[in-house]
Structures are given as C-alpha cells and as structure tokens.
Design a protein around this ligand. Structure first.
Ligand code: SF4
Length: 263
C-alpha cells in the first residue's frame, strides 16, 4: 500500500527538479500535475496511478529464519490483502495465452528470494505498470558490440515507446549475466536511488551518455515535447560468458514505485 500511495523520495525530488528545465510549457504543466498528484496520493491514501502494477517482491531471507508454513503463500496472500485493503487495482490475469480473465486464485506477485546471513527478512515490493514494462527490451548482442551498439539499442527502445511508456522515464539497464538473468538485473537497477550515480566509472559513463541521448529524443513529459524525456538512467553490470553480451532495458514510467520493510 505504501509503495502505491507514496512517491519514492528520489522520484519526487527529480520530478520537482525537472520543472522548468527544458520541457515545453505543456510538458512543464504535466510535471506540475505529477508533483501535485504525488501530494494528493500521499495525503489522501490514494494510488499514485490507476495501474497499480504487476508486483515484484525481492525477498532477502536470513538463513537463520525458520518458517511455520509456506513463505511463498504468505507473500502472495500478503500482497493480495494489501491490494484489497488499499483499494488497489489488481491487474494480473489467469493466463497470458488462453484466459485473459481474473484468476481463480490470486497470485499477484513475482517473488525473487535471496538467502543472506542473519535472522531477518527484508521485503522490497515493486509494483510496475504494464505500459512501461511493454516498452522494455532485451537482446543478446555480439560480444564485440561495444558501447555504441548498447547505447543505440537502448535509445531505440525508448524512441519506439514514444509517449506510451508515460514519460518522464526512469531507465533501468542490465549489461551482462545470461539470457534469463539480464532482465532481472535491469529491473533491480530501478531500485537504486536515482539521485546517486553508478559507482563503477564505466557504468557511470554509459548512464551519462544514455541520459543525454534519450533527452535529445524530444518526447518530453507525457509526450508533450522538450528535453525532459527521462529523469534518470541506472546501469547495472554483471559477469557474462565469453561469447555473450546480454543487454536489457527495463523502462519505468514516471510512477516508479517501490517500498521496503524488514521483519
Ligand atoms: S505506465 Fe505507469 S504512469 Fe502509465 S498508466 Fe502504467 S503505471 Fe500509470
């Protein structure tokens, strides 16, 4: 409920900062409305957007924790209760191919569990809108591709989405790993505080270049033009196979949401 009601501090700060920084007058008005929307959502306990997302839960589970019952079921039921109590829209359907209807048993979350030392459980809940997830892409590039090709692939993905991903965007990029892990790497990059740059110099350089090139696209807030198409880019890198260069871009709309708690 908190993730859906309260704008993340970094998201709100960057939305405020972006006002009058190169968007068109209509784009600036959209930014003002997004800031006002965040205030209304927080003060009146209303969702930041009608699309309350497909929930991803990142669980860091202490290896000294003992469970009485199914952890996975507890998380699914907990997320479902949050959506019901919070009057949040559930958007997960029964089956992508055959039955695009409300599921018989709600399983609203994708759960990724990591075992860590200790006796606590940290849960990070990330509801993500379908419009911006649709704009996301991954590719297995040639290992010789280099930074230019990586940047071109990501900028083309943003350009193709136009206004459909609800800009201004937050762009999570994963470089490395394998076919199955690089999408998760890109999604996890969206959890970073977007006011903080990447620690690694090579990743930082790619972030600066991507932000500049994306903002030259002129899509602007809500597609209304100008220089504020993205508010931030977070690049995460990983090891990979000698023959591979997996790249994924997980695009988030202006409603980049997440909240954490520790039990
Ligand atoms: S993409 Fe984001 S802002 Fe747009 S409708 Fe979906 S959740 Fe809302």
């Amino acid at each position: 409920m908190k993730a859906n009601y309260r704008a993340r501090p970094d998201v709100l700060a960057l939305l405020k900062e972006a006002r009058n920084s190169g968007a068109t007058p209509a784009g600036n008005q959209a930014l003002e409305q997004l800031v006002a929307n965040a205030d209304i959502a927080a003060s009146q306990a209303l969702p930041l957007c009608q699309d309350c997302g497909y929930v991803t839960v990142f669980a860091e589970v202490g290896q000294d924790v003992a469970f009485d019952g199914s952890f996975e079921t507890a998380v699914q039921v907990g997320v479902g209760q949050g959506y019901e109590l919070g009057y949040l829209r559930t958007s997960v359907i029964q089956d992508a191919l055959t039955e695009r209807v409300r599921p018989e048993v709600e399983r609203p979350a994708n759960i990724y569990t990591t075992l860590v030392p200790g006796d606590t459980i940290k849960l990070t809940v990330m509801p993500k809108g379908g419009g911006s997830d649709n704009a996301s892409r991954m590719a297995m590039l040639r290992p010789t591709a280099g930074v230019d090709e990586i940047v071109r692939f990501i900028v083309e993905a943003v350009a193709a989405s136009g206004a459909a991903a609800c800009p201004p965007l937050f762009v999570g990029v994963g470089i490395g790993g394998s076919f199955d892990s690089v999408g998760l790497l890109a999604k996890k990059a969206l959890l970073r505080d977007f006011r903080e740059p990447a620690q690694a110099p090579a990743a930082f350089e790619v972030e600066v270049r991507l932000l500049s090139e994306i903002n030259k696209l002129g899509i602007g807030p809500a597609g209304l033009g100008g220089a504020v198409t993205a508010l931030g880019v977070a690049v995460a890198t990983d090891r990979t196979h000698i023959a591979c260069l997996p790249v994924a871009v997980n695009i988030s709309c202006n409603q980049l949401r997440s909240a954490s708690g520790t039990l």
